[in-house]
Ligand binder design. Structure first.
Ligand SMILES: Cc1cc2nc3c(=O)[nH]c(=O)nc-3n(C[C@H](O)[C@H](O)[C@H](O)COP(=O)(O)OP(=O)(O)OC[C@H]3O[C@@H](n4cnc5c(N)ncnc54)[C@H](O)[C@@H]3O)c2cc1C
Length: 464
C-alpha cells in the first residue's frame, strides 16, 4: 500500500494518549482513521483515565504536541516543575534543580486533561472517527482484521482495515495476537518489579493553595521504598507510594490495618501524615497496581499491523518517560512516513530503528528507581548535581548536558540510546573524578568540562 494513497483505511485500537495523538496526526496527513476505544468518552462520563492520575510531560512529548499544533494549548494545563525536592527522613529538605538552564523543566499534567485535549483536537478533523465503549476482543495479525464488541448493540462485529495500528496499552490485544501467531518468531517478555504502587491525594490547603512547593516534584526516598508527589492545578498533589508487594516488613502485604498504616506513615513520612486527613480511608480504598517492563519484537507483521506506545514498550515510571516515549513514537513514525513509499517499508523501518531507543529508556527507568529511592540523598550525588548545574548554566546544550538532561531535555535529534550511552559514561566519569578528589564544585567551569570530557571519552572507549 502506497503511503501517498490517502484512501488507505486505518484502524487504531485504543484512544489513550498515544492512540489519540496518532489518530490526530494521521488525519492531519489526510488519512481516514477509525479508533476503537473500550472505555466511555471521558469528556462526557467520569471514567478512570488509566495508569496514573497525573504525569510528568517533558520535551520529547512536547515536541510531538507541537507537531500537531497543541504546543501552546497544552501549556495552559501544565504546572512547571523545576526541581526535585527531597524530603529525607531526618534533616532538612534538599532542593535539586533538574537542569542548570532556566528553560529546561518538566511539567505536571493531568492525564485526563491531556487525553481530553487530544480527543477534542481529533474531533476537529472529519476524517477521525472515535468509537467509544467498543472493546477489541481479538485480532488477526495476518489480515489486520479485528473483532470487537459494539456495546450499543451488544453484538460482536468485525473490522477489516488496510492498516491496523495497535495503541491499546500495556495489556495490548494486538500484542497478544502477535504472540499467538506461528508464522514468524515473536519474542516477548514482561519483567515485573517486586514493587507496586498506590496513589494518594494530598488535598489543597484551606486557602485553596498548595500545601508544599508546587513547582517541584517531591520525593521522600527511603531506600527500599519511596513516596513522590506531583502538583495538580486544583491545589492538590497526587502522591504515589512505591513499595514492595510482599516479602518485606515495608510491603503492601504487611502494612494493611489502620494501625499499621498509621504507624508506618508516622515513622516514615510524618510531614505527609499530617497533611492528608483521610489518609487511612484512601489507603484502604485505592488499588495497588503492579509495575513492569514490556519488551517485544518485531512490532510489525505482514505489512498490515504495527504497535506503538505501551502496547510494545511499557516501562516502569521512574524516569517519567513512558508517555513521552509513546508520543515520540508518533513523531518518529511521522518522519519515517515522509521518507518511505509504502506502508510495509515504513512500519518495518520504524520497528527496527525505534526499538533500541525504547529499550534504552526501559533500562534507564529501572536505573532511576535506585537513584530516586536511594542515591538522591547521598552527599556525592549532591556534589555531582552541583557540578552538572554549573556546567549547564555555563555552556550550551551541545557542549554539556547531564544524563538527566540528555534524556529529558535532549539536544536536537538525540535518541534515548545515545542519551543513555553518553549519560552513563559521564556519570561514571564524574563520580570517579569526585571520589579521587580530582574535581570540586569550586573549580572553574572550563576546567571541570575539560576533566569530565576527557574522562568520559576514556569511559566510552573502555580505557577505564
Ligand atoms: C504510576 C505511573 C506513573 C507514570 N508517570 C509517567 C510520567 O510521569 N511521565 C510519562 O511520560 N509517563 C508516565 N507513565 C507512563 C504512561 O502512563 C504510559 O506510558 C502511557 O499511558 C502510555 O500511553 P498509551 O496510549 O500507549 O497506553 P494507555 O495510556 O494505556 O492507553 C491505552 C488505551 O487503549 C484502550 N484499550 C485497552 N485495551 C483495549 C481494547 N481491548 N479495546 C479497545 N481499547 C482498548 C485503553 O482503554 C486506553 O484508552 C506512568 C505510568 C504509571 C503506571
Amino acid at each position: 500500500m502506497k503511503i501517498s494513497d490517502t484512501n488507505t483505511n486505518i484502524l487504531i485500537t485504543g484512544a489513550g494518549l498515544c492512540g489519540a495523538l496518532l489518530g490526530l496526526r494521521l488525519a492531519q496527513r489526510g488519512y481516514t482513521v477509525n479508533i476503537l476505544e473500550k472505555r466511555p468518552d471521558m469528556r462526557t462520563k467520569i471514567v478512570d483515565a488509566g495508569r496514573s492520575i497525573n504525569l510528568a510531560l517533558s520535551d520529547r512529548g512536547l515536541n510531538a504536541l507541537k507537531m500537531v499544533g497543541l504546543g501552546d494549548k497544552v501549556k495552559e494545563l501544565c504546572i512547571p516543575m523545576k526541581a526535585r525536592m527531597i524530603h529525607p527522613k531526618n534533616g532538612a529538605v534538599i532542593t535539586s534543580n533538574y537542569s542548570g538552564r532556566d528553560d529546561d523543566y518538566i511539567n505536571s499534567i493531568s492525564r485526563e486533561d491531556l487525553n481530553k485535549l487530544l480527543l477534542d483536537k481529533a474531533d476537529e478533523y472529519d476524517k477521525v472517527q472515535i468509537d467509544f465503549n467498543d472493546e477489541v476482543l481479538s485480532v488477526d495479525v495476518k489480515t489486520g482484521s479485528v473483532e470487537y464488541k459494539d456495546s450499543e448493540t451488544e453484538t460482536v462485529k468485525q473490522w477489516h482495515p488496510d492498516i491496523l495500528l495497535g495503541t491499546d496499552g500495556a495489556g495490548s490485544k494486538v500484542r497478544q495476537a502477535m504472540a499467538r501467531q506461528r508464522e514468524f518468531f515473536f519474542s516477548y517478555t514482561t519483567d515485573w518489579l517486586p514493587h507496586a504502587y498506590k496513589e494518594l491525594r494530598m488535598p489543597p490547603a484551606d486557602d485553596g493553595g498548595w500545601r508544599i512547593d508546587k513547582h517541584a516534584l517531591h520525593i521522600w526516598p527511603r531506600g527500599g521504598f519511596m513516596l513522590i508527589a506531583l502538583p495538580n492545578l486544583d491545589g492538590s498533589f497526587t502522591m504515589t507510594l512505591f513499595m514492595r508487594r510482599k516479602e518485606s516488613p515495608q510491603s503492601f502485604e504487611q502494612i494493611t490495618t489502620d494501625e499499621e498504616v498509621t504507624a508506618f506513615f508516622k515513622e516514615e513520612f510524618p510531614d505527609v501524615f499530617d497533611e492528608i486527613p483521610d489518609l487511612l480511608e484512601q489507603y484502604q480504598r485505592n488499588p495497588v497496581p503492579p509495575l513492569g517492563t514490556v519488551r517485544c519484537s518485531p512490532w510489525t507483521a505482514h505489512g498490515k499491523v504495527l504497535m506503538m506506545g505501551d502496547a510494545c514498550h511499557a516501562i516502569v515510571p521512574f524516569y517519567g518517560q513512558g508517555m513521552n516515549a509513546g508520543f515520540e513514537d508518533v513523531t518518529v513514525f511521522d518522519q519515517i512516513l515522509g521518507e518511505c513509499d509504502d506502508w510495509e517499508e515504513a512500519m518495518k523501518r520504524f520497528s527496527v530503528e525505534r526499538k533500541p531507543d525504547t529499550d534504552a529508556i526501559a533500562d534507564l527507568a529501572l536505573d532511576n528507581f535506585v537513584e530516586m529511592r536511594d542515591s538522591v540523598s547521598h552527599p556525592n550525588f549532591q556534589t555531582k548535581r552541583a557540578i552538572e548545574m554549573k556546567l549547564e548554566s555555563a555552556f550550551a546544550k551541545a557542549q554539556y548536558s547531564s544524563k538527566y538532561s540528555l534524556v529529558t531535555f535532549p539536544p536536537e535529534g538525540m535518541g534515548y540510546r545515545e542519551a543513555m550511552k553518553r549519560g552513563r559514561a559521564q556519570d561514571k566519569a564524574i563520580i570517579w573524578l569526585i571520589d579521587n578528589d580530582l574535581i570540586k564544585v569550586e573549580d572553574s567551569a572550563e576546567s571541570l568540562l575539560a576533566a569530565i570530557n576527557k574522562k568520559t571519552e576514556e569511559v566510552i572507549w573502555h580505557r577505564s
